[in-house]
Design a protein. Structure first.
Length: 260
């Protein structure tokens, strides 16, 4: 009699576990696959000024032509060269990063920062005229698709040096190497790392850094994902829902076995 009872208890327990696993599988699904690098003009999902660290901008997704932060300030406020603008909230970390790089003998300057829709339109056309449309798509963003329009992205160069793209690999210079290893500690990430063109949609740019905040930059760095991959996964992964505890199935009443 005890053996029969134990088997029934085990069977009920297995049924409960199976129900829990089935419910969990139904409530949690993988993120939508990263889209291919396709030329289109779709407004990005997160496009308000407060979405600066989660806006996806690539060949497909863009900001509006009127997007222009109202809190832009000169990069000179971060102890860097003037003539360029960034949003005020990134200045403190940009200043700290510039000071640390200078102390390490890896001083850098700003090559470019905020670009309006109109400026980006001219910039893209410059590269089209220089290298043709197909190549320009990989090395420059069309108007509305550039991270520079966010006001939180900079192109950097070595202090006193020429444009970073004039180097075979700017990441091998003192400033470039220091930023590659340390920028994330100050909230900045290289948007287009080496060997990742198929997922970032753009060619390697070791001078292009986007600010996402220190804690967020550390999380993304440790994930091993590119910025585009991380943001896409973040905004397309469904939130897991709590699985209700199944109602226990009552055990059948065991009656005494009649004796002869």
């Amino acid at each position: 009699m005890h053996g029969t009872h134990d088997r029934r208890v085990r069977l009920v327990a297995l049924l409960l576990v199976a129900g829990l696993l089935t419910g969990l599988a139904a409530s949690v699904s993988a993120a939508t696959p990263l889209p291919t690098c396709k030329v289109a003009d779709t407004l990005t999902k997160y496009r308000s000024y407060s979405d600066w660290n989660r806006s996806i901008l690539d060949l497909t997704y863009r900001l509006s032509s009127t997007y222009k932060p109202t809190d832009l300030t000169s990069t000179s406020n971060a102890g860097l060269n003037s003539g360029y603008s960034v949003r005020k909230h990134i200045v403190a970390d940009l200043k700290a990063m510039a000071a640390a790089a200078k102390a390490a003998g890896a001083r850098f300057s700003v090559q470019s920062a905020f670009r309006s829709y109109a400026t980006q339109k001219s910039t893209f056309q410059y590269w089209v005229d220089l290298h043709g449309y197909a190549t320009a798509l990989k090395e420059s963003a069309r108007a509305g698709h550039s991270e520079h329009q966010l006001g939180t992205t900079l192109d950097l160069r070595s202090y006193g040096g020429s444009a970073p793209w004039n180097h075979t690999d700017w990441a091998t210079t003192k400033a470039g190497a220091w930023l590659k290893a340390n920028a994330y500690k100050y909230g900045f990430l290289m948007s287009y790392p080496k060997g990742k063109t198929t997922v970032t949609c753009y060619t390697y740019e070791p001078w292009h850094y986007r600010y996402v905040g220190r804690a967020r930059a550390k999380t993304i760095k440790e994930s091993g994902l590119t910025l585009r991959e991380f943001l896409w996964r973040e905004q397309t992964t469904p939130t897991a829902t709590a699985v209700p505890t199944p109602t226990p199935v009552p055990l059948p009443t065991l009656r005494p076995r009649p004796t002869a």
